[in-house]
Design a protein around this ligand. Structure first.
Ligand code: TTP
Ligand code: CA
Ligand code: CA
Length: 651
């Protein structure tokens, strides 16, 4: 992996003076047109909305842009807009504290589902009904979907367009093919490829200064200077930043949302770049700045290195600094960490990431969940929740086109938790007629009945309902056979293949092995952008989770999910703890919900696996990193920004 990226030394050929030829070849240019993941001219962007839920509420409520606003979920704050952040507020403050520090703040509770309702609603008294209602994040999903549709409309059509929804408020764009077209238009000299020799180097780009407008430029690596002439990779990034600036501007004009972006040679660096300057800014990590930028991060802040693997690396090499690890030869990394992990790590700390931007288009499953404190004890109570789950899922199915029979789920699954034990029951959804709420509710009740028959149903700490195994519907009668189950269909519930009829205790200890099956990466490494890890919603993601309480839409960027793993208490701050699973600081008061969330997500991942087989095998290299919020020091070490362009005077 690490050797596959043909980054060449950028020092002038022959030393000193101006190079005559580009470091890049016609072959590279060709790879750019194909959006090849091994192209050294590649350009990837990540767009991340600023304080996303808060902006959704600001737009919905029509408040002034300068109005401090926070989004509340039960007793916690889940999004804080930038005007409110100026008062020192963060996701971790309590509502009381927020109001003390910023008396004019608007605190808006998220929408909730209430029993019997056909739709979620915003309610004045939402927070008081934690025991009877469940949150709905549909308003944000809808906005997310709208903005994704807009991005797709702005960019040229496929196959040039490559857009991947990475979470509820993030999209990756592979701009390579589009930039290739622009390059050829602006620099016709590149069109005349010597067809006999694709390895021939390109002529150099014109030595005029590149205009980066207001973009934040990451400082160059120490071996580089701004006086060096730009090569085509700089020009590519420059065009990329122009495209992204345009996209952001249209989003701003049409939807009123601001967002930040990172533009770099791969997803990992684009993601790091996007978190570098917020709000409403875009950051360019030129190839010549990658190493400098990365060395500003502790490697434990890089995604996949936050958890156990990170600890293992720290133990093995006695450091948390990327810079220290860079000095360690790959052989040594391999001997301490194993071949795959060693090789992967060697590449990651050098900013290498060949993962593809893939347009995921289909939801694989949908889940609705609630955890109970106190636990519930009767069938009536459980049925009331099932009704809410069904309404929630059904409304999402309608959006997915289930009424028109465009797509329909094949299975319905109920997960029931009691203490550390979870039981899951699954039934096929009979084909042949339209899915409606009544059918789903009857199936859900049947599933619950099976749990009850097994005994040990009460008290119940968590219930969740999921539909999955989506199939393309066939319009008209032709396809009905496909949905009709053989004679014995309606009968007994299927037990999930991976689980037996007995309760399955979920202990931290037995998780890693299960987890590993989901990912084909080196042991302990999960794929950040792997399909199976998505928690995004809308038509472009594969899983659609509506686990009540704390939602973590950014989880696709997060580490392996190890449910029920004891989170670590941060000594300095007993109000929050660092979740071992996702490496996020979580309010202590949200611990329960947060763990449930991981739990639900894990179940869903395993369902997807059970229903559809394991996620595709992918090359071992995962990859991206996440700059942790709040840690100013983690976001690239005090680099002075916008330094570059003023010095880009060539000639
Ligand atoms: P983020 O992109 O992590 O955060 P943000 O958009 O609020 O702020 P920033 O400007 O720093 O990007 O998450 C997107 C949305 O996901 C966020 O608005 C609310 C929701 N969210 C949660 O509900 N819980 C969480 O723990 C996190 C991290 C996000
Ligand atoms: Ca965001
Ligand atoms: Ca985000």
């Amino acid at each position: 992996m690490s050797s596959s990226q043909p980054f060449l030394p950028s020092s002038p050929i022959g030393g000193g003076g101006r190079r005559k030829k580009s470091r890049f070849t016609y072959k590279h240019l060709h790879l750019l047109a194909q959006s090849s993941t091994t192209c050294p001219l590649r350009c990837i962007a990540l767009i991340d909305y600023d304080a996303f839920y808060a902006q959704c509420e600001m737009v919905r409520l029509g408040v002034a842009e300068t109005q401090p606003l926070a989004v509340q979920q039960w007793q916690g704050l889940i999004a804080i807009n930038y005007p409110a952040r100026e008062f020192g507020l963060s996701r971790h403050v309590t509502i009381t504290e927020a109001k003390q520090k910023c008396p004019e703040i608007v605190v808006q509770h998220v929408a909730t589902w209430r029993e019997g309702d056909e739709k979620w609603a915003y309610r004045e008294d939402a927070a008081k009904h934690i025991h009877t209602d469940k949150v709905s994040l549909d308003p944000y999903r809808l906005e997310s979907r709208k903005s994704l549709a807009l991005v797709k409309e702005i960019l040229p059509p496929a196959p040039v367009q490559k857009v991947e929804k990475a979470s509820i408020d993030e999209v990756f764009l592979d701009l390579s093919a589009q930039i290739h077209q622009i390059l050829l238009e602006r620099h016709p000299e590149l069109q005349y490829a010597p067809y006999d020799d694709p390895t021939e180097n390109l002529p150099l780009p014109p030595s005029t200064a590149l205009n980066w407008e207001a973009d934040a430029l990451i400082d160059l690596d120490s071996a580089e200077t701004e006086d060096d002439d730009p090569d085509w990779d700089d020009v590519v990034m420059n065009i990329g930043s122009e495209i992204v600036r345009g996209v952001r501007q249209i989003i701003r004009e049409r939807l009123k949302y601001t967002c930040s972006a990172g533009i770099a040679r791969n997803k990992m660096m684009a993601k790091l770049g996007a978190g570098y300057k917020k709000p409403n800014q875009q950051t360019i990590v030129r190839n010549r700045a990658v190493q400098h930028f990365l060395s500003g991060f502790k490697f434990t802040k890089i995604r996949n290195l936050g958890g156990k693997l990170g600890e293992q690396v720290v133990d093995a090499f006695n450091t948390e600094e990327v810079t220290d690890l860079l000095k360690i030869p790959v052989e040594q990394l391999k001997s301490k960490l194993g071949d795959d992990t060693g090789t992967w790590l060697y590449g990651i700390i050098r900013g290498e990431d060949n993962s593809e931007v893939n347009a995921r288009t289909q939801i694989k499953s949908m889940l609705s969940a609630k955890s109970f404190r106190p636990s519930i004890n009767t069938t009536e109570q459980a049925n009331r929740w099932l009704r809410i789950f069904v309404a929630d899922i059904f409304s999402r199915l309608v959006e997915e086109g289930v009424l028109e029979n465009k797509r329909r789920p094949k299975t319905i699954t109920l997960h029931h938790r009691q203490g550390g034990q979870t039981r899951s029951k699954q039934l096929p959804i009979p084909g042949g007629k339209k899915i409606d709420e009544t059918i789903l509710f009857e199936l859900a009740k049947t599933l619950l009945g099976q749990v009850i028959v097994d005994g040990r149903a009460w008290p119940c700490a968590n219930l969740s309902l999921a539909v999955g195994g989506f199939e393309e519907g066939v319009l008209g009668n032709k396809g009905i056979d496909m949905f009709l189950l053989k004679g014995d269909d309606a009968k007994a519930a299927l037990e999930l293949p991976s689980r037996s009829n007995t309760a399955t205790p979920i202990h931290a200890d037995d998780q890693p092995s299960k987890r590993r099956k989901l990912h084909d990466g080196p042991p302990g490494i999960t794929r950040f952008f792997s399909k199976g890890e998505s928690t995004g919603e809308g038509e472009d993601s594969e899983e659609d989770i509506n686990a009540d309480d704390v939602e973590h839409p950014n989880l696709p960027e997060d580490d392996a999910v190890l449910p029920n793993q004891a989170p670590e208490l941060l000594q300095a701050d007993i109000a929050t703890y660092l979740c071992k699973s996702c490496q996020k600081p979580i309010n202590e008061s949200d611990r329960h919900e947060h763990e449930d969330w991981h739990f639900a997500r894990d179940l869903q991942a395993r369902d997807a696996e059970a229903v559809q087989g394991p996620t595709n095998s992918r090359p071992p290299g995962p990859s991206t990193a996440k700059s942790k919020r709040g840690g100013a020091g983690t976001r690239g070490r005090g680099s002075k920004v916008e330094k570059g362009q003023s010095r880009l005077a060539f000639g």
